[in-house]
Write a protein that binds this ligand. Structure first.
Ligand code: GCV
Length: 699
């Protein structure tokens, strides 16, 4: 090669490198770096007696993200300490101590997080609230994601490539594992609860093994959702009856095969006899028979079964009561490696639900909460809704099951009941979008889930504070996050917007507990009118809102469906009495007259109108807030959030107009004069309802 051509190639190489680096910095701006963009500002000397893949990650994280004193020495010590539980850790003045390697890794992330966010690095022990902290992906094997608003699956490809694993996949899974480990998430269910039986085929398990191999050093175990009827569908058996010896053997063999392929496999998640999924009841058996069958098969290998309590049938029974009715009689009948996974509320991830009465009521069974990170009923990844405040409200709800202070958190984390396993699950909002979650601010919900799963007493305020500092600290504007200007004019308003955002969504989409009235069109926008003749009633909004000329709301009092009786006293009486029922749940539990005088002296009708308006006004305020923040964020993030807030205002306006005009047909009362009057006509809104293109659909 001549000198000149050598020079030419070097130039190309340099250009390529510049190109690659510039792509990386564009990526950082498009949100791919999540809350993990910290770059070290000083050298650190990390001392660790042992080496392992997990410890090497910890050491490298410290070296790459160190923000402390130049040349500091950090000692990583694995030494048993009774005060440290499971994969917990102790931050020391000169290092991290833990019982396990993962404890060291979690301590590493905590130390780095504190360096950026609080600078307050005291000696402290941090133990996880739950043993299993799990993301549930509703990802299908064809690459689509049920209720996913951030692109296709990060695990499964389309069509013939479904099981292919590329280097690009592995890089992405590694980034995913790192993000999870940084917030303490230690498990992932890689496929939809509406499961494909092919998940249990050997070739699919081989792919799951590849995923597990990448996630393992970060402490993230892999689980799969299984179809209960797999023995008959892919095993060639005549039945999937849980008491049939051939079926029992089939699951035992399958478990052996799985653990041969993936020795540290986490276990199964099961949706059975729910929304058309097969289950033990198809054979006259109970949920306990079904769950125990699978639990026994994986018990020798240390696996767990997460059996979902999200069940309801086409009976006349109030849908909100059905899970409790089916599961309470089975308390104590589940084997000890079964955990019943219960959605936070008794219906289905609505913007606000009272807690499910199963929490604290099933005293002899391990129970785990399931929350939804993906925003199915909260505006998809189009709307800025910080969900942490909703989960905090839920975890702090007092069930009174074992006296005052029996919060959902304490009823599920082993503080009150000696559960063999404790766990919490969140339905993931992650997809192939460059920024992972569709909306930049939806990253905060992934972050918040992990932080709350680790510490179920942490406040949403603190999580928001951390997330903002970690996410925006590498802003291309170069503004120091320590400056008063940044704190007063960026951190404060952004945090306020996040903290208010869930209540705003409740105001414009389900004021006073008026639930499940969303559009049938992908559950986005209003649809209180939707009731096709042959549709099962409990899938239609009128079943839930019960609006008539007298009033609105679902009567779940003792003289109604009596759902209140499923709660422990004094909660039961509190909800039952219209005068003591918290107004946030008023129409969840009561059918209330349009003229009913609420605590502020106004009628229910007037309050409803004002509440829809308030939600709309709040989102308009968010827009104004964001408009003032341009100088603090990179261009791409600024434009991205601005554009989504514009859509959110339109959505809030549609909720406002659609609901006020629709309920007006029943109340026949004037819309208060000082209320914003609807812009659109009800007939047009209804006519366009099912035609509206979903905002997250690309192209
Ligand atoms: C995965 C709701 C959702 C479904 C979901 C189901 C569940 O009904 O709309 O998409 O199915 O909950 O949690 O199983």
């Amino acid at each position: 090669m001549s000198n000149s051509s050598h020079f030419f190639y070097s130039k190309i190489t340099i250009c390529l490198l510049v190109f690659v680096f510039s792509i990386q910095s564009i990526q950082a701006d498009n949100g791919h770096g999540l809350w993990l963009q910290n770059k070290s500002t000083a050298k650190v000397n990390v001392v660790c007696a042992k080496k392992s893949p997990t410890l090497i990650i910890a050491i490298n994280e410290l070296k790459n993200g160190w923000q402390g004193k130049e040349g500091a020495k950090v000692v990583l010590t694995i030494k048993s300490n009774n005060a440290i539980k499971g994969d917990g850790f102790k931050l020391l003045s000169n290092g991290i101590q833990a019982n396990t390697e993962l404890g060291i890794l979690y301590g590493t992330y905590e130390l780095l997080r504190r360096q950026t966010t609080t600078k307050d690095i005291k000696e402290a022990i941090s133990n996880p609230s739950y043993q299993h902290r799990i993301l549930n992906h509703w990802d299908n094997m064809d690459g689509s994601v049920e209720r996913g608003y951030a692109g296709e699956s990060i695990f499964w490809h389309k069509g013939a490539d479904a099981l292919v694993v590329t280097e690009k996949d592995k890089t992405l899974w590694q980034e995913y594992a790192r993000a999870n480990a940084s917030i303490g998430i230690n498990g992932t269910v890689v496929n939809n609860v509406n499961s494909n039986p092919n998940m249990l085929k050997t070739e699919t398990l081989q792919k799951v093994k590849e995923i597990a191999n990448v996630l393992r050093p970060y402490g993230v175990k892999v689980y799969i959702s299984v179809k209960f009827s797999s023995p008959s569908i892919i095993g060639g058996l005549k039945s999937s009856d849980p008491l049939n010896p051939d079926v029992i053997k089939w699951w035992q063999d399958k478990a052996k095969e799985i653990y041969n392929i993936i020795p540290d496999f986490g276990g199964f998640l099961v949706k059975a006899n729910s929304e058309g999924q097969a289950g033990p009841q198809d054979y006259g058996r109970t949920h306990a028979d079904g769950a125990n069958l699978l639990a026994d098969a994986i018990k020798p290998f240390g696996g767990i079964v997460m059996w979902r309590a999200f069940v309801y049938s086409t009976s006349n029974e109030d849908r909100a009561k059905q899970a409790y009715n089916e599961f309470m009689p089975l308390d104590g009948k589940f084997h000890d490696n079964v955990i019943i996974q219960v959605k936070n509320g008794p219906i289905d991830f609505q913007p606000r639900e009272p807690f499910s009465p199963l929490f604290g009521a099933m005293k002899k069974t391990s129970i785990m909460p399931e929350v939804q990170i993906t925003q199915e009923y909260l505006g998809h990844s189009i709307e800025l809704v910080y969900l942490s405040t909703m989960w905090e409200e839920f975890l702090k709800s007092d069930t009174y099951q074992e006296g005052k202070g029996s919060t959902v958190a304490r009823c599920t984390d082993g503080s009150i009941f000696s559960q063999k396993h404790t766990a919490i699950a969140g339905v993931a909002n992650i997809g192939l979008d460059a920024n992972w979650t569709g909306h930049l601010f939806a990253q905060s919900n992934w972050y918040a889930f992990g932080r709350m799963a680790w510490n179920n007493q942490i406040t949403s305020d603190r999580i928001a504070d951390e997330w903002i500092k970690l996410t925006f600290n590498q802003s291309s504007t170069g503004k120091s996050i320590l400056s008063n200007d940044w704190k007063d004019n960026f951190l404060k308003p952004v945090k306020q917007m996040m903290m208010d955002s869930r209540e705003a969504a409740v105001n414009y989409s389900m004021p006073f507990g008026l639930h499940h009235i969303m559009s049938a069109n992908e559950h986005y926008g209003p649809g209180p009118w939707w009731a096709p003749a042959r549709m099962r009633k409990d899938w239609t909004p009128p079943y839930f809102h019960q609006a008539d000329s007298v009033g609105v709301g679902f009567d779940r009092t003792k003289s109604g469906s009596n759902a209140v009786s499923q709660y422990h006293e004094p909660v039961s009486s509190l909800f039952n009495n219209v005068n003591t029922c918290p107004e946030i749940y008023l129409l969840w539990f009561h059918h209330v007259s349009w003229e009913y005088k609420m605590k502020n002296g106004r009628t229910l009708w007037d309050n409803l109108c004002y509440q829809y308006n308030t939600g709309l006004n709040q989102v308009e305020e968010f827009q104004k807030t964001w408009d003032k923040l341009q100088k603090y964020v990179d261009e791409e993030s600024y434009a991205h959030v601005k554009e989504r807030l514009e859509r959110q205002v339109k959505s809030a306006q549609l909720w406002n107009d659609g609901c006020i005009l629709y309920f007006h047909k029943f109340s026949k009362k004037p819309i208060p004069a000082d209320c914003k009057q609807p812009i659109e006509k009800l007939d047009d809104i209804i006519a366009n309802d099912l035609k509206r293109k979903m905002p997250w659909v690309r192209g």
